[in-house]
Write a protein that binds this ligand. Structure first.
Ligand code: NAD
Length: 239
């Protein structure tokens, strides 16, 4: 249980802010049934990321690469956004939140109705040819098709280990966070660079909602170690 005073404090921050921005990670989607990467049930305790989600795998071990992403796409099939995503979209509609910056590739923020979403690590459903970049459908990818233009391998539009972030999206997200007077960071271990530098850029209040402690807890004005959905719902109830 989270102390009601902490929930009230976060609600006050939100009500008082003029430019609140949200930064999310895999933890906001675990309630949807998508495992995160680094907590005890996360992906990287079972699989070595360098083997499957990397440029090296795409170029030198394509079958393994493709099977890993097919598995992740199929997992998304039976899942959808949860109350946490929905509340953030609702707060944007009400003008309480200006935008969402996310590390997630599942598309759930947009599905839930958030409009200003910066997907720093891309989207798993944006399939393209690795060689000529022609766009393809998710069906093409899961059915093991090759690019019909150049015969190249297909890949999801996610940022792989060994790749840089899309510079335009990064710049826009950076500017949003620079402008913010409240940064709400939700469900991320803050282990992934350069995204973990973003909270240090924020000049206003910083709040972290995460199931477990992170090595950056000290830079936040308020840290709530609890489930994102429950915390957002509790804050929302009293708005
Ligand atoms: P991470 O796995 O490193 O950290 C997730 C954090 O969320 C953990 O600290 C965990 O304690 C916390 N958490 C788990 N469930 C929670 C909940 N219900 N409420 C609050 N906190 C919760 O993930 P990250 O920091 O986002 O790492 C970044 C990488 O993970 C990115 O590259 C991203 O693309 C990738 N990723 C995305 C998805 C997705 O799109 N849903 C899923 C897995 C990984």
């Amino acid at each position: 249980m989270v102390d009601s005073k902490v929930i009230e404090e976060l609600r006050d921050y939100l009500n008082q802010s003029k430019y609140a921005v949200v930064l999310t990670g895999a933890g906001i989607s675990t309630e949807s049934g998508i495992p995160d990467f680094r907590s005890k049930d996360g992906w990287w305790n079972k699989i070595n990321p360098a083997e499957v989600a990397s440029v090296n795998a795409l170029e030198n071990n394509y079958e393994l690469f493709r099977e890993f992403y097919k598995y992740r796409i199929k997992m998304l099939d039976g899942c959808k956004f949860n109350r946490g995503h929905r509340i953030l979209a609702d707060w944007e509609d009400k003008g309480l939140v200006k935008s969402v910056v996310t590390q997630n590739i599942d598309g759930f923020h947009k599905d839930a109705g958030s409009k200003r979403v910066y997907e720093l690590h891309g989207s798993i459903s944006a399939i393209r040819c690795y060689v000529c970049e022609k766009e393809h459908s998710v069906e093409d990818f899961v059915n093991d098709k090759r690019c019909e233009v150049c015969g190249g391998n297909l890949r999801p539009g996610v940022v792989l280990f060994g790749e840089g972030l899309p510079s335009d999206v990064w710049q826009e997200a950076y500017d949003e966070i620079l402008k913010s007077d409240l940064l709400l960071v939700i469900g991320t271990s803050l282990n992934v660079s350069p995204v973990n530098s973003l909270p240090t850029v924020a000049k206003g209040k910083r709040v972290l909602i995460n199931a477990e402690k992170t090595f950056m807890d000290d830079i936040f004005d308020l840290v709530i170690n609890a489930g994102a959905g429950m915390v957002l719902e509790s804050v929302d109830r009293g708005l």
